[in-house]
Design a protein around this ligand. Structure first.
Ligand SMILES: CC(C)(COP(=O)(O)OP(=O)(O)OC[C@H]1O[C@@H](n2cnc3c(N)ncnc32)[C@H](O)[C@@H]1OP(=O)(O)O)[C@@H](O)C(=O)NCCC(=O)NCCS
Length: 184
């Protein structure tokens, strides 16, 4: 359980923030869950329109989500939702999902899609997401396709963006791989 300090989400636009974002993702999806081998960085990360998001608690960067348009008709996708283990069950995940849908709605989106790991389906349902077809494999692991109608998103609160210089990335349990340094 994380501390009672407030969770704040913002776009990771500076090189430092982007590298923290990638570092958290790598720790969770490659090193902890081992869902994605080698690296979870893909072509969407080099698309200048992709939105990389960080969540902070106090002075620590603790979570990520990524979002991007998948067509020109209002469809968006959210993925790479991750919260560092010591900071889970403290609403960072909920804040990140809400920030993602609010960001896409503010950009004129209509619907957001996500492939959700089965153990997280209830969490997404509680946030208003709906099933969209049967589970399908993603990197060999079953995921539930889910959608969110962006007209239901809260308006985006952009006023609480912290100064990156005040933040730190909590120490990893294991040393980050050399690969991460190479890709970030
Ligand atoms: C999924 C994930 C992002 C959720 O992040 P989180 O910060 O723990 O999310 P929240 O704290 O908002 O909510 C998580 C749960 O804790 C509960 N919770 C939140 N605050 C709580 C509190 N103060 N006390 C007790 N429980 C609390 C929530 O009700 C929620 O319960 P649920 O899982 O039954 O829905 C996180 O577990 C994670 O990074 N997992 C590994 C990567 C992953 O699975 N990513 C998603 C791929 S689809």
């Amino acid at each position: 359980m994380g501390s009672s300090q407030r969770i704040v989400c913002w776009r990771a636009v500076t090189p430092a923030a982007k590298s923290w974002h990638l570092s958290i993702r790598h720790r969770i999806f490659v090193e902890e869950q081992r869902v994605i081998p080698f690296t979870d960085v893909d072509d969407w990360d080099s698309d200048p329109d992709t939105v990389h998001v960080l969540a902070g608690r106090g002075s620590a960067a603790v979570g990520t989500v990524r979002l991007y348009r998948t067509d020109t008709c209002g469809r968006w996708k959210g993925d790479r939702l991750a919260v560092l283990p010591g900071h889970r069950a403290g609403i960072a995940g909920m804040r990140l999902v809400r920030f993602a849908v609010s960001t896409a709605a503010a950009a004129g989106g209509d619907v957001m899609d996500a492939f959700v790991q089965l153990q997280n389906v209830n969490f997404f349902e509680r946030l208003g997401w709906e099933h969209n077809g049967p589970p399908a494999d993603y990197f060999g692991l079953p995921h539930q396709p889910m959608t969110f109608e962006l007209s239901r998103a809260d308006s985006l609160a952009e006023s609480e963006i912290p100064d990156d210089a005040c933040l730190r990335l909590p120490a990893a349990r294991t040393a980050p791989s050399a690969l991460l340094a190479a890709v970030s």
